[in-house]
Ligand binder design. Structure first.
Ligand SMILES: [Zn+2]
Length: 349
C-alpha cells in the first residue's frame, strides 16, 4: 500500500513536470513562441570577416499540449527548392491548437546560397554547407550559420528531418537516408522515422563519421547528439514539381502522426525498398563536360556505361560504368564537371 502510494505520487509528479516543460515558451533565435502560438522570424547569424549578418528564416509552432520537439530543416543546399516550398506550406497549415509538442521549421538554412542561386557551395566561402557541422562561432560564413543552427535548432529538438533534393545539376529519384550510428536506441527510432516518412527507397548508411566534434552533416550532428534523424531527397534539377513538394508534405505529416504530435495514423502507401550498398562515382579530371546516358530510377547492370566525361574539345576523358547491378539514385544531368565531384550514385538492393 505504502509502495503503491509512493509510486502513484512519483508518477503524478513526473507527469506534472513533463507537461510543464512541454508547455513552456520556446525561444529559437529571435523568436519566442508561447504555448498555443505560431511565430515566424529569424535566427541572426553574426557578421564575420567574409560577410555581413545572415538572417535565417524560421517558424516556431508551440502546441498547447505536451509532446516532443521536431525540427524540420530545408535549404541546406540553396538550389534545392521543393523542400523550401514544402516548409512554407507546412508552416501555414500547422495549427498550434492541434499540436502536441513543438515544431521548429527552418525555411532556408543556407540563405546566401539560396539568394545567389549556387549549387552545392556557399558563395562566401565555397564550402559545402552540409560538410561544416557543427560549425564554428567565429568561422567562415557557412561555419557561422552552422554553429547557430546547431545551437538554436539541433540542440533544442528531440527529432530532426533534413529535407534535400537533387541539386540544380542532379537528376534524382525520391529516396531517403537512414544513417545507422551504432546507438541502438537512436538507430531504432531513426529507422521508424525512415519507414514512416514513406518514400519508395531507403538508403541504409553505416559509414558516416562518428566524431561529434566534426559531425559534418546536419542529420549526423543530430544523431551523434542522441536525436533520431533522417535526410530526405525529393526533387531534381532546380525544379519545383508538385509530386516532390507533396512527397515532403505527406512524409512530414506522417512523422507528426508517428510521433503522436497530431491526431491520426501515418498513411503508408507502399513498402519501401532498402538499398544496402551504394557507390558514388566521382570525376578524376580537373575539368570537363559530362554526358549522362541513363536517367534517375533506371535499372543498370554491372559494367554498363552510364555516362562519360570529355574535355572541352570532345576528347574522351573518363567512362563511367556501373559497379554492380543496381538502380540510378541520381545522375548529373548538366555539362560542367570538376575534379572530385559526383557523376552518378548507384544503389544495390
Ligand atoms: Zn542537398
Amino acid at each position: 500500500m505504502k509502495l503503491s502510494k509512493k509510486l502513484f505520487s512519483l508518477i503524478f509528479i513526473g507527469s506534472i513536470s513533463i507537461s510543464c516543460i512541454a508547455q513552456n515558451p520556446i525561444t529559437v533565435g529571435e523568436v519566442t513562441a508561447k504555448p498555443g502560438e505560431k511565430i515566424s522570424g529569424y535566427i541572426i547569424v553574426p557578421a564575420g570577416r567574409d560577410s555581413d549578418i545572415v538572417k535565417v528564416p524560421i517558424t516556431v509552432i508551440n502546441g498547447i499540449k505536451a509532446g516532443p520537439t521536431l525540427a524540420l530543416v530545408a535549404g541546406v543546399h540553396g538550389y534545392e527548392y521543393p523542400p523550401v516550398l514544402a516548409m512554407t506550406k507546412l508552416s501555414q497549415q500547422l495549427d498550434p491548437v492541434s499540436i502536441s509538442g513543438k515544431v521548429i521549421i527552418v525555411h532556408v538554412a543556407n540563405v546566401p546560397s539560396f539568394l545567389k542561386r549556387t549549387v552545392y557551395y556557399n558563395p562566401y566561402d565555397w564550402k559545402n554547407f552540409n560538410r561544416v557541422f557543427p560549425g564554428k562561432i567565429d568561422g567562415t560564413n557557412s561555419e557561422r550559420i552552422a554553429f547557430q543552427i546547431t545551437k538554436e535548432v539541433i540542440d533544442q529538438c528531440d527529432y530532426l528531418i533534413d529535407n534535400h533534393c537533387g541539386d540544380g545539376n542532379e537528376d534524382l529519384m525520391q529516396y531517403l537516408y537512414y544513417t545507422e550510428i551504432g546507438n541502438p536506441e537512436v538507430d531504432n527510432r531513426s529507422k521508424q522515422l525512415a519507414i514512416n516518412f514513406n518514400l519508395k527507397v531507403i538508403v541504409h548508411e553505416t559509414n558516416r563519421t562518428k566524431d561529434v566534434i566534426n559531425s559534418l552533416y546536419v542529420s549526423n550532428t543530430a544523431l551523434l547528439r542522441g536525436k533520431p534523424a533522417i535526410s530526405i531527397e525529393a526533387g531534381k534539377l532546380g525544379g519545383t514539381a508538385e509530386e516532390d513538394i507533396n512527397a515532403i508534405m505527406k512524409g512530414s505529416y506522417n512523422i507528426l502522426k508517428h510521433l503522436k504530435m497530431i491526431a491520426g495514423e501515418p498513411k503508408l502507401d507502399f513498402q519501401s525498398v532498402w538499398v544496402q550498398e551504394f557507390k558514388i562515382i566521382t570525376s578524376e579530371h580537373e575539368a570537363g563536360l559530362y554526358y549522362p546516358i541513363v536517367s534517375r530510377g533506371d535499372h543498370v547492370q554491372k559494367g554498363e556505361l552510364v555516362g562519360y566525361l570529355t574535355d572541352y574539345f570532345g576528347n574522351n576523358l573518363q567512362e563511367v560504368k556501373s559497379p554492380f547491378d543496381g538502380i540510378v539514385l541520381y545522375i548529373i544531368a548538366t555539362p560542367p564537371m570538376s575534379y572530385g565531384e559526383p557523376m552518378v550514385m548507384i544503389g544495390r538492393f
